[in-house]
Each structure stands twice: as structure tokens, then as C-alpha cells.
Design a protein. Sequence first.
Length: 354
Amino acid sequence: MKLSEVLNNITQLFGQDIAIDLGTATTQVAVKGHGVVMEEPSVVAINNRNGQIMAVGAEAKHMAGRTPGNITVVRPLQGGVISDFDATEAMLKYFLDQIYAKFGSLWQFNRPVLVVGVPSVITEVESRAVIDAGKSAGARKVYLVEEPIAAAIGSGVDISEAHSTLVVDIGGGTSDVALISMGGMVVDSTIKVAGDEMNAALVAYIRHKYNLLISENIAEEIKINWGSASKLSKELEGQVAGRDLLTGLPKSVKLSGVEIREALLRVVDQVVDAVHATVEKSPPEVLQDLMTKGVFLVGGGAQLRGLDKYISGKLHLPVKVIATPQRAVVMGLLSLLDQVPLLEKVQVREQRFL
């Protein structure tokens, strides 16, 4: 056995490598052997005067709308792409530093491998930025994997088999629809319509109907607490407060589940159309697979009540939501750390940029 192989075996025995789902809305971090150890909003607060990072994650998100003029709260990933390279690098380094502080002794003799889930629309420049950020934070090697591939693996799908699987990953900034077979994407599409657009639709609906201005953070709470895509046996409702656009004063209104669903379906229907279009472009040979295995619905958006039932009714296909759809990507990435040959095969850099 070669020395390099011996060292690699030692690494596999003692190295605790890292998986990161770098999402538009949320970043999740998992450590091999420990599972998911961090789940934070993908938000950064920056001091405009000196460029210093003031806060990252939940702390930065809480600062939104409450900061003085010299501090800006940004989401460095917008619409599934990296809109602020420096903030993305700072955010990634901050999260990794937190992990190192907690598990640092595990990497005393061997720096970790880092596998990062990225949008399928990532560019070469963006991929290089993520790789450089990971290495500057201490990783000895960085792999990038497209999120639909990781999501399929995290859903328990054997992507190496010849049977096809349709994965719909509804995140914060994008919805990825991918037909996966034999370790690759046969047909895929990405639309910039997902959880953020649902929040924006609620803001617009409430503003138009009630002359009430609410923030997107409040809209997200409404979606999570009372939102649905299908009629519920017992409809939900809730009180929401904001600024009356006529008087400029605080005001609250009661929203019914029917109203909330009306606003959300304007966005959900765009996702359904994207899935429909992907099915239409799929080879006829895979249609039997889709009718048998159905659609795997993952991502934070998959948690919307009744969404699986709604999509199934529209497409006449079975739709499955796994137990923790919001963690499908990071769990798939974590699984790939134990499947190095498959990881080497599916990584973005080898697929697209070499």
C-alpha cells in the first residue's frame, strides 16, 4: 500500500470533515460523526465606514430594520447566486471559525475536507470564490456539489442507479427542479421563485388589501405559522401588525388562512409550472419511473402545509416530502463524505469547469 493511501486511511479514521449547505436564506453546517451542528440565517451586518463585519447569522438578521445609517444588513446570496463575494467569504469564514472553536481538537493534525452545496446556476467565478473562502478558513480541500444532487442523496435516493428521480428543491431564493439518473442531471431548470417570493407576495397582498405595510420577516412568520397550499380541515388565522399607509400609525388586522393561501398560490403556481416544464422535457423512457417513484419535494419551502397534495393534484404524480426536507441538502452532502468516489464524480468543478 502506498504512503498516500495509508495517510488517506488515517484521515478517514480520524478526520472529522464538514458539509455546508450555503443557502440563500439559511446556511446549515454538519460535521462528520456529529450531524448538523449549526443552522443560521445567511445574513451579514457590515459597518459601512470601515467594512468591518458586525454580526453574522441570527444576530445579523435580528438587526435588520433596527440599525443606524452606518450599518447595513445584507444577504450575500440573492436569487440563488452570490451577489456579494466579500460578505459571502466573511460569512463562510465566520461559520467555519465557530465550528473550529467547538471541534478544533479534531483537526489538530489534519485539516478537514469541506463539501459545500451550491445552486445549480453557480458560475465559475462564484465557485472559485466559495473554494477560496473555504480554504482561507482552514479546509485542506473544498468540493462543490449542486444542491439538487445533494438533496436527492439526502432523500435516500441512490443516484447512481439507472432509474430516474425528479427532485424539486424549494429554497429561499430559487427553486431547482432536476431529473437525476446515473449520478447526473438529465434535465434541470432553476427559477428565481421560492420562499422569498412567497414572502414578497404576502407583503404585496396585505399592502393592497389592507393598506398595511409589513416587513418580509413578518411575512415569513405568517407563511410559517398560518400558510398553506391546500384547503385544511381547520383553517388557520392570525393577527398581524404593521404600519397603516393612510395614517402612518401602527395598525393590526386579522388574516384568514384562505387569504394567505390566495397570496401564496400566486407563487406556488410558478413552481408547479417549472416542474411541469421539466417533466415535458424529460425523455419518454423515464415517465414510468416518475409515475412509480413520484416527485421528491425538499427544501424549506417543502414545509408549506399541503404543498405536496397541491402539486400532486396539478401534475397527477405522487409527491413525497421527507421527514426533514429543509435538511435534505446538508444530509446528502454529509453522506457524500463517506462516498469519496461518488463525491469526486458529482462535484461541480469536475463537471463544469475543467
